[in-house]
Design a protein around this ligand. Structure first.
Ligand code: ADP
Length: 588
């Protein structure tokens, strides 16, 4: 779950202009929708934040109030009737409460993160922000997901958003008040609130460069809390994700301490410790306006020069989670700790690993529209070879169901163990084995794989691209999937592979270790083939063990195929663990 290129969406200006375009609909609605909320405490919401911020004394509360009042007149001005009708349809907040199917007490949770499938996704974080809230909604949670309203969010979703309100907010030492619009979309029991501000969210991709991203996520984290106050929706739990939302717990315990949202408990999840949001202290101080006491070595300060947003969040969060148990242990060591190992060891009493799942709606070989032939556990042995032949044809490989087909679907970066793969490919390509690589990333790896394709025509295919459908076909066609990562917080590809009856060959690190039990040749147990040290020879050995089993003991191989398909890699179990964590923090 790292930061890759965002999937392109159709552009549409976000921020005020967009709101302005849509004004007719939104403003007509919000008056109705938001009214109840406003009645309760619109003014208060702005006030608490104001109270917390010294700068506000000058005028914040006053300004905030008029801003709300101003809505009504605005609505009157622009209230073209046509869209006003659509408003009531989208409004019904009650939909957000599905029938509880579990017997644990109800809790409200606000997810704060920088990406979420299908609106915007660059990696595993987007998958988690999509699937976990939906599963939590089934487990008696009232979930609201707060996201930036990037311009790259596809038009089809922009069109479904409904204006929920707007206000102005101070930001750091800028001396300015910034527009915060709230656009809402309710879908499958989950409410999505998009924070709108054209100044920060107009770029096509969520992540541009730190120079832009630091102010953007300082604004976003603060606006998310202010928006909760504004909507008068105070969650039991604030669940923040990665460095982009890591300032939320810090704001919550400082500037927002005395506001309504200040009563929430916080969970911060690390999806990939490599990305931390580090920048010089004056800049972060300027954009956050956080008090001096947070810029110390126990919280935001990284060294004499820099502040680290993730580090601050880890210090202030009530609980820290990461996406597997093994990774939770690894990040407390110098090898994997990305210079935060001491800080994490200090806070390890509140650190926990909860492994990710996959969404069975998106990943199901029985219904997957991308596949040549659908299959399930009862007919996988018959239909998988047909998918293999179809892929061989698609990619120009020698069409032979008897070849051992290895897939590799990955960002092509140093994290993913590709130097090991390159070192052993000549030995792997023995005439009976084919390899398909799908991915984009560092040029050195892209070029090397292209070279192999040229050298081993018909046996090696380098697909240097991001292609969801092709990824699905590779999972369905391959016999084994390679994941030899240097480090892997959780990893989703091995889960997808198992669910499609493809045996993973993985390095025993992070989530790979927690989800793939090594095959035991004596008992026949296990899910895949593993190796421990980061060593090309050990990777080759694991591949050779897989090949031996495939070519000489197919009956046992097939047993593992079926066992992997039967393995529960859904979100259900993980969501239950998150729910338990929430209950632990809110034991009333
Ligand atoms: P990451 O570190 O990139 O987040 P994960 O294993 O957690 O790795 O998630 C990767 C996800 O992205 C998987 O669902 C995988 O199928 C998908 N993926 C990776 N590369 C590609 C690609 N080139 N084309 C299509 N899907 C890809």
């Amino acid at each position: 779950m790292a930061q890759k290129k965002a999937q392109p969406g159709k552009k549409r200006p976000a921020g005020k202009p967009a709101a302005a375009k849509a004004e007719p609909a939104p403003k007509a609605e919000p008056v109705k929708k938001a009214e109840p909320v406003k009645k309760e405490e619109p003014a208060k919401k702005a006030e608490p934040a104001a109270q917390a911020e010294p700068a506000r004394q000058e005028a914040p509360a006053q300004k905030a109030k008029p801003a709300k009042k101003a809505k009504k007149p605005a609505a009157k001005k622009t209230a073209p009737a046509p869209k006003a009708e659509a408003a009531p349809k989208a409004e019904p907040a009650p939909k957000a409460e599905p029938a509880p199917v579990c017997d644990t007490p109800r809790r409200s949770v606000a997810f704060i993160g920088s990406e979420c499938h299908p609106f915007v996704k660059t990696g595993g974080l987007g998958d988690v922000m999509y699937a976990l809230p939906r599963e939590l909604a089934k487990q008696n949670c009232d979930v609201r997901v707060i996201l930036p309203r990037y311009a790259c969010i596809p038009q089809q979703y922009q069109d479904k958003m409904v204006y929920r309100g707007e206000f102005y907010m101070d930001l750091g030492q800028t001396g300015r008040r910034y527009y915060v619009g709230i656009m809402e979309y309710i879908w499958d029991g989950v409410v999505y609130d998009f924070i709108d501000n054209q100044e920060f969210f107009t770029t096509g991709n969520p992540y541009v460069s730190l120079v832009d991203d630091i102010p953007k996520y300082c604004f976003f984290s603060k606006a998310a809390l202010a928006a909760l106050n504004y909507m008068n929706w105070i969650p039991d739990i604030l669940h923040c994700h990665d460095w982009q939302a890591a300032l939320a717990p810090v704001y919550l315990r400082t500037l927002f301490r005395d506001s309504p949202v200040g009563r929430a408990k916080t969970v911060l999840t690390i999806h990939n410790l490599r990305f931390q949001g580090i920048y010089n202290i004056p800049t972060i101080r300027y954009w956050t306006g956080l008090p001096d006491e947070v810029f110390n070595m126990g919280a935001l300060q990284q060294d004499y020069v820099n502040a680290n947003m993730l580090k601050g969040g880890l210090a202030y969060a009530d609980r820290i989670t990461t996406v597997s148990n093994t990774y939770a242990g690894e990040i407390q060591t110098p090898e994997y700790g990305e210079k935060l190992e001491d800080h994490l060891r200090y806070h390890n009493y509140k650190l926990r690993g909860i492994v990710n799942g996959i969404d069975y709606g998106m990943w199901d070989p029985a219904t997957d529209p991308a596949l040549a032939v659908h299959y399930d556990i009862t007919n996988v042995l018959r239909h998988k070879p047909e998918n293999k032949r179809a892929l061989q044809q698609e990619l120009g490989l020698v069409q032979d169901e008897g070849k051992f087909l290895i897939g590799l679907i990955s960002r092509l970066t140093n994290q993913k163990g590709l130097d090991l793969v390159n070192a052993i490919l000549p030995q792997v390509l023995d005439g009976n084995t084919q390899v398909v690589v799908l991915g984009t990333g560092d040029k050195q790896y892209e070029d090397t794989f292209r070279w192999y394709e040229n050298e081993h025509k018909g046996m090696f295919s380098a697909c240097i691209q991001y292609d969801e459908a092709r990824a699905h076909r590779i999972y369905a066609a391959a016999d084994a999937l390679l994941v030899p990562s240097r480090f892997e917080p959780c990893g989703l590809t091995q889960l997808n592979a198992m669910h499609y009856g493809t045996l993973p060959i993985v390095r025993e690190t992070g989530g790979l270790k927690d989800t793939v039990e090594p095959y035991n040749v004596f008992t026949g147990g296990g899910n895949g083939f593993t190796f421990d040290r980061y060593d090309a020879g050990l990777l080759l050995d694991a591949i050779n063990r897989a090949k031996t089993e495939y070519f000489t003991s197919r009956y046992h191989w097939d047993e593992v195929v079926q066992r992997d398909m039967a393995k529960d890699v859904s979100w259900q179990h993980s969501a239950r663990q998150y729910k338990e964590l929430y209950l632990e923090l809110t034991p009333w």
